[in-house]
Write a protein that binds this ligand. Sequence first.
Ligand code: SAH
Length: 210
Amino acid sequence: MTSQRTRDRLVSRLRAEGIRNEAVLDVIRNTPRHLFVDEALASRAYEDTALPIGYNQTISQPYVVAAMTNLVVSGKPSKVLEIGTGSGYQAAILAPLVDKVYTVERIEPLAVQARQRFRKLGLRNIRASYSDGTEGLPDFAPYDAIITTAATEKIPEALLEQLSPKGGRLVIPVGGRDRQTLTLVTRNGDSYEQEQLDSVIFVPLLTGQV
Ligand code: SAH
């Protein structure tokens, strides 16, 4: 159930659902998603569905990961910040496609576990921090792209500020608890352009650390 064939089937499905970026599909094919969930769920890791990762959080659905990754990498970013490390899967998908991934998580055990996974998989260009992502990660700003994998009613000011003024892209689910709109914000100088994309469902972006 975690074989290459099972992974290939997931990639075929994503392609059929409209994901056309071959580089993104290749990384999904080569990334062992079953190592990002509990062993008891490993047999379901290549279904196109979100799965629980403990602490009331979820690993995102592969289709959503693929679509968001596509939005991020089409801006040809070098430095990317992810808010909401969770299992670490989204960061692991971004890592081979960009120079450097910064990822932050507010739940300490998740941050620790994700770091172990990155080490095990030899993903050396990911820097994982245990911190509150509503403040971004000012030490390494600006970022060519910021991807937020938790939902918010109001885009945190810090994320807008830490976006590169030269075409920086922010991908973020905006809306209430039940449903949100995936939003792409593009910054040029002091101008921020917003595009509303798909309807999505994410766990909420919360403040503080636990
Ligand atoms: N990208 C993850 C999806 C995780 S779900 C993956 O690939 O598995 C969203 C994650 O965002 C949760 O782990 C949650 O704890 C985290 N989160 C929510 N608010 C946050 C905040 N303010 N700062 C950092 N992480 C946050």
